[in-house]
Design a protein around this ligand. Structure first.
Ligand code: AMP
Ligand code: ZN
Length: 493
């Protein structure tokens, strides 16, 4: 494993930064709550998934073998996130006159397309709630058997107060049972079956018109939203696993309830490090479908909205997100996006220029310290804005090299390229967007290899080979000129 200093992670559970130690190194289990696929993901949702993509990428970069599980919620997420209201997917199915599973497929496909646009890596496992109904029924039974849940009118509820007698319900979110109780006292609408308004459904009885329902020991119904994540995370990662992530808004009640379910079922604290990505906001307000204050990725990429000055490419948006720490809120604005777009372009231009710079016998560019600063930043709870600052410092060095005001050795030159390959592309997940950028980077890389081979042939006095290389390139309209600094190439004409 190529550890580069100690990785420190902010643990939402302990509310402090902790040195990361995998439970079974080099394996790391990471679970992130995925989307509820009843409509298109908005750019706020994307921020959370991009944040965890960077975390996944960095763990891989460090040499961990990561099993990254990100679920698809295809049942049980009710309209108002509590235990009342219609199922979001069932409601949309009625609205669009489609089967619920058609809705699920349609929006899962859209979600995957968007994840690809943003260059997010696919998770190792993407389980769905409807494919894990048996496990959810079993887990519900286990919690009943342990005395932490009760059956009421065909539904099964988790008994929060009973759990809280022996456990710290609220440990993740910092909520207190008494305060929660007084906040919910007047709000018992649709919750008559519950002993207490704090209780939440593990299994809900389905009314006859409810289209998504399954048989269970308690009658026909469907699972509660929180249960799927408990079941699917532990099924694939074990009763105790390393990292559980999601957006900040899921801390309570979703993740708090997950902890309670796990502890009730197994007696164990399921997660070693809880991590929460902060919200993308619009004029300071959380982007959200329910308030209508959001952008879809497609709108951003096409510029199709009154609120947008222009279209923004997926990589400009991703770079914009990298300029903010995942635990801070990030406010969307045209100005900030345009600045990010410019900044990313500046880096790409510098990278192109780096390809033209020749190595010298001496070096006064401190590439090692740029690397160290970049690793220190990532090790400090994935501080991508700091990494971006390091890359901009590297750009300054490239400009000085280009102007002939600094020299760089061959080794440092390769290391400087590696800095961008590692941190910009592999870890922060940026990529070259248009075919021209891509082709020119590819040609440069290939020409480096070819000219290196030609140099080797020459030093072996294999002039037949070195001439063959030059002549073949000439046929391709590429001229090679030998200079004091080494071979240079150019397109003819
Ligand atoms: P949902 O489909 O509503 O369950 O949301 C999917 C993910 O997006 C969850 O991890 C949410 O916490 C996250 N999310 C929702 N709104 C935002 C936002 N405005 N900014 C960042 N993440 C968000
Ligand atoms: Zn979840």
């Amino acid at each position: 494993m190529q550890m580069q200093g100690e990785l420190v992670i902010y643990n939402t559970l302990s509310r402090k930064k902790e040195e990361f130690k995998a439970i079974h190194p080099p394996f790391v289990g990471m679970y992130v709550c995925g989307p509820t696929v009843y409509n298109d993901v908005h750019i706020g949702n994307c921020r959370t998934f991009i944040s965890f993509d960077v975390i996944y990428r960095y763990l891989l970069h460090l040499g961990y073998k990561v099993r990254y599980v990100r679920n698809i919620t295809d049942v049980g997420h009710l309209e108002n996130d509590a235990d009342s209201g219609e199922d979001k997917i069932a409601k949309k199915a009625k609205l669009e006159n489609l089967e619920p599973m058609e809705i699920v497929q349609k929006y899962s496909n859209g979600f995957h397309d968007v994840m690809k646009d943003f260059n997010n890596l696919a998770p190792s496992i993407e389980p769905t709630a409807t494919a894990h109904l048996l496990e959810q029924i079993e887990c519900t039974q286990q919690i009943i058997d342990k005395g932490f849940a009760y059956v009421s009118n065909g539904s099964v509820y988790f008994d929060v107060q009973k759990f809280a007698e022996q456990n710290n319900y609220g440990e993740l979110s910092g909520r207190k049972i008494d305060e929660l109780l007084s906040a919910t006292r007047d709000n018992l609408d649709g919750q008559d079956d519950k002993k207490s308004p704090l209780d939440f459904a593990l299994w809900k009885q389905a009314s006859p018109e409810h289209i998504m329902q399954w048989n269970s020991p308690w009658g026909k119904g469907f699972p509660g939203w929180h249960l799927e994540c408990t079941v699917m995370s532990t099924k694939y990662l074990g009763e105790q696993f390393d990292i559980h992530g999601g957006g900040m808004d899921l801390k309570f009640p979703h993740h708090e309830c997950e902890i309670a379910q796990n502890k009730a079922a197994t007696g164990k604290e399921p997660v070693k490090y809880w991590m929460h990505a902060n919200m993308l906001t619009l004029n300071g307000e959380k982007m959200s479908k329910s308030t209508g204050k959001f952008f879809l990725p497609a709108q951003l990429f096409s510029g199709d909205s009154e609120l947008l000055d222009k279209a923004y490419s997926p990589m400009a948006v991703r770079f914009f997100m990298m300029q903010c720490h995942y635990r801070s809120t990030l406010d969307f604005s045209n100005e900030a996006l345009q600045a990010a777009e410019k900044g990313y372009k500046r880096i790409l231009i510098a990278l192109q220029q780096l390809g033209d710079i020749k190595g010298a016998s001496n070096s006064n560019v401190d590439v090692a310290s740029l690397f160290k600063r970049a690793y220190d930043a990532m090790n400090d709870d994935f501080n991508t804005p700091m990494v971006v600052a390091v890359l901009f410092d590297a750009v300054k060095e490239i400009n000085l090299l280009k102007a002939g005001e600094k020299n760089i050795s061959h080794e440092d030159l390769s290391a400087l390229k590696k800095l961008f390959d590692d941190f910009l592309f592999n870890i922060m997940g940026l990529k070259l967007e248009n075919a021209d950028d891509h082709d020119s980077a590819l040609s440069k890389g290939l020409m480096d290899v070819i000219l290196e081979l030609r140099k080797d042939a020459k030093s072996d006095k294999n002039y037949a080979m070195s001439d063959k290389i030059r002549d073949t390139l000439k046929d391709l309209k590429i001229t090679v000129k030998d200079t004091k600094e080494g071979a240079e190439w150019n397109y003819e004409g």
